[in-house]
Design a protein around this ligand. Structure first.
Ligand code: KG4
Ligand code: ZN
Length: 337
């Protein structure tokens, strides 16, 4: 079969990225321009600044990408773009850019959900084989999912309240850590010990998650200690929070493996960059003889490589979209197909 080259575009939050991927699994070239340092000055992503920076940078990102390869846009078989979820103004910059390339070069356009991107980043490591379990841990998602085929998802467990990444970010804020919260909690946690007695979330054998109780417990603890004039050991609190939150992800993942007897696990989403989670997943999969796939760090954070990977099965199914494509700031990915 002829090789399929897809150019992916990602601009849903604060990274402007374009990538070319061959056959959904071989990265040809990628450029990622992060705005993180700019937003860090404001304590979080400022949507207006983000979309303005995407607009200013996206053609430069394409130029940089093309300088890394002999391929040109006319060599592509399709143009793929992340359309949801994210900041609407930011998504629209990528969408209009992708539409323009598709129109000018007469290529099919493929819309990709951001979470599909995180999941299909696993194909960059080794081919996803089915059936597999997927642990999806991001700023907006916390799910244990069963996949029996490409784009076939059965949600086995989901969060009843906060997503795990959201919880990391809120705890980071109460500890006065800079944006982005998750990686800064991880850094602080490495310096501390698990000494704080925090409540175990959803202490039962269901596959659903709940993180709001744990988040509130940390926030209340910090406020109470401040009111009493006590000093908080931030390193220990970060470590205690991270330990209990990750241990809960591991406990439920173990339950899902045992309940389904599926011996494959892929991991997806920004929180999969967390080294304590990666270590614990490795231990778990060794213990249960499960084939584990976690994308390397550079594919865990937002990038367009994953968007081009996720577009490939859609290309094979000819699931193309037309120029009426719009951005969606919120769209739950899993539909239990
Ligand atoms: O998957 P992602 O880009 O989110 C959404 O698309 O929603 O991941 C972003 C989330 C943020 O909540 C961020 O704090 C978290 O992933 N994150 C981490 C780490 N790196 C990113 N959480 C814990 N430890 C990390 N090292
Ligand atoms: Zn993401």
């Amino acid at each position: 079969m002829k090789d399929v080259y897809i150019l992916g575009v990602e601009s849903s939050c604060d990274e402007t990225s374009i990538s070319i991927v061959k056959n959904g699994s071989v990265e040809i070239a990628t450029t990622v321009l992060t705005q993180m340092d700019t937003h860090a000055m404001y304590g979080g992503v400022v949507p207006e600044i983000a979309s303005r920076m995407h607009t200013e940078n996206i053609t430069l990102v394409l130029e940089d990408l093309l300088s890394k390869t002999d391929l040109s846009v006319s060599d592509m078989d399709a143009i793929a773009v992340c359309y949801a979820p994210g900041l609407l103004g930011s998504l629209l910059v990528g969408i209009e850019f992708a539409k323009t390339l598709a129109l000018v070069y007469n290529k099919p356009l493929i819309k990709v959900h951001h979470i599909a991107g995180h999941i299909y980043a696993n194909n960059l490591v080794k081919e996803i084989k089915f059936p597999t379990l997927a642990l999806v841990v991001s700023g907006g998602h916390t799910e244990l999912v069963r996949m029996d085929d490409d784009y076939s998802f059965k949600v086995l467990g989901t969060t009843l309240d906060d997503a795990i990444g959201e919880c990391f970010d809120k705890v980071a804020r109460v500890l006065d850590l800079k944006y982005p919260g998750g990686p800064n909690i991880e850094k602080l946690a490495k310096l501390g010990k698990n000494t704080y007695n925090l409540p175990i979330p959803m202490n039962n054998n269901e596959l659903n998650f709940s993180f709001s109780g744990l988040k509130s417990a940390v926030i209340n603890l910090v406020h109470n200690e401040k009111q009493r004039g006590n000093i908080i050991n931030k390193e220990d609190l970060a470590c205690s929070f991270q330990t209990i939150a990750v241990d809960e992800l591991i406990r439920k993942t173990k339950l899902a493996i045992i309940k389904t007897n599926i011996k494959r696990l892929i991991v997806a989403g920004g929180v999969s960059a967390n080294s304590y989670l990666r270590e614990k997943l490795n231990e778990l999969c060794n213990e249960l003889d499960v084939d584990l796939s976690i994308p390397p760090l550079k594919y865990c954070t937002d990038n367009a490589t994953m968007i081009a990977c996720a577009a490939y099965p859609l290309y094979l199914k000819k699931e193309f979209t037309d120029f009426s494509l719009n951005g969606k700031s919120q769209e739950y990915f899993f539909t239990n197909k």
